[in-house]
Ligand binder design. Sequence first.
Ligand code: GBH
Length: 492
Amino acid sequence: MAQHQHQQKQQQLENVLRSDFVWGYATAAAQIEGAWDRDGRGPSIWDTLAHAGGKIKDASTADEATRSYDFYKQDVALLKQLGVTAYRFSLSWSRIIPLGGRQDPVNQLGIQFYNNLIDELLANDIVPFVTLFHWDVPQALEDRYGGMLDQVQYTPDFVRFATLCFEQFGDRVKNWITYNEPGVFSLAGYAAGVHAPARSSDRSLNESGDSSTEPFIVGHTELVSHAIVVEIYRRQFKPVQGGQIGITLSGNWSEPWDAEDERDQAAAERTRQFDIAWFADPVYRTGDYPQCMRDQLGDRLPRFTTEQSKLVLGSSDFYGMNSYTSFYVKHRDSSPDINDHKGNVDILDHNKQGVRRGSQSDTYWLCTSPWGFRKLLNWIWQRYQVPIFVTENGTTVPGESKITHVTANSLHDTFRINFFTSYLDALAHAVAEDGVDVRAYFGWTFCDNWEWAAGYTDRFGVVFVDFDTPEKKRYVKKSAYVVCDIFNRLIK
Ligand code: GBH
């Protein structure tokens, strides 16, 4: 096996994380709740995409998902059993405001559901981390004005939704995340066209869209509306409620294919900037997009007005970090394609010496590469200097998606245990030896769930779900206990 030579034997660290370090698991409404049309909920763009057919790997929908809408009490009890101190979940906008808009009626049953969930968590001493937006735009807003493509129409609708949530839940919720992975929402939905609302320049895949412009317009809408919501929270709610608010960004580590070649070093840095600094520089560093993106994209990259730029800079109390894997990056000599979003590079599984980026999971893009996780924690900390909350990190297990009914053996998820053990070891070393300020960690994810375009074919949970049973029966995998043991050792 031509394995990666990145692992070094390191001593096992103890008591290196702050005593107030919080940890748990993250989920998203669209992936777990089910009850897609019950108690007044309106459809989101993901319901539309799944129901239209042809875009989801196993032709499934999230109509039922794990039925956490029905079983939230059991889920909270199970979370408690797994030892977590926090739980990150998202709100379904169209459950709370079925048509989504600022003039549209509020659904009291939707508010009631989240009140119940929040109260149940607090009764169990589990701290709620609430994401306002995890990719599920109300379909009515998509129909009305094209959703986030129309920044002027969309922004007041998102502001109203966010304000309503602060009013209704902010007495008990003290940790808010505005957007989950704005870059993935933009690129997968408007460049690759594989996520809702399924737009791209590729007419064999999507009816409409423009991969060379729309992702950047949508990204701009997300940044500006995020900043406006944060300003409102800080001015109107924080003085009374006392919580914190920020954004969660996706990002994987980019390593030069040839570590000796300056062109590959520059390419890897450029990819980090397209991947991460696209959102992180405006928010944490400069109030503007990175220069390398402006150089390549020119006027296709929107410009911040002076006022927007001021609002965006400093608009996050923490760095919400979602990261799963690492890639090798090689420079290209040709000039960039109009639809390029990565900085004109080749993304590779092996480096020049033939070393693999890590062991392959069940998911094509995901390999276990903790060596890059430590480097990425350092890069983010050095560049942005804000406390890091790891808001997602996890893996699928080779072959696990083929298991439909549980056996004792299938709960021994050794591959996932190795993933969490090595990533948490990397995190502990980044904190203890590199001085990186990490304050929270959420594994992705609690239960196996509806994995977007992969449907039910990717199992990311530390809890196995038997989707064939009406009650979506849950079984704890071994990794859940290992993760708990690791945090018991690492937290002071
Ligand atoms: C997260 O996104 C999501 O927040 C979460 O809802 C999801 O369930 C979880 O990951 C697991 O997938 O173009 O080859 O890089 C992860 C980020 C970004 C990973 C887009 C897949 C596309 C493949 N995703 N990426 S590639």
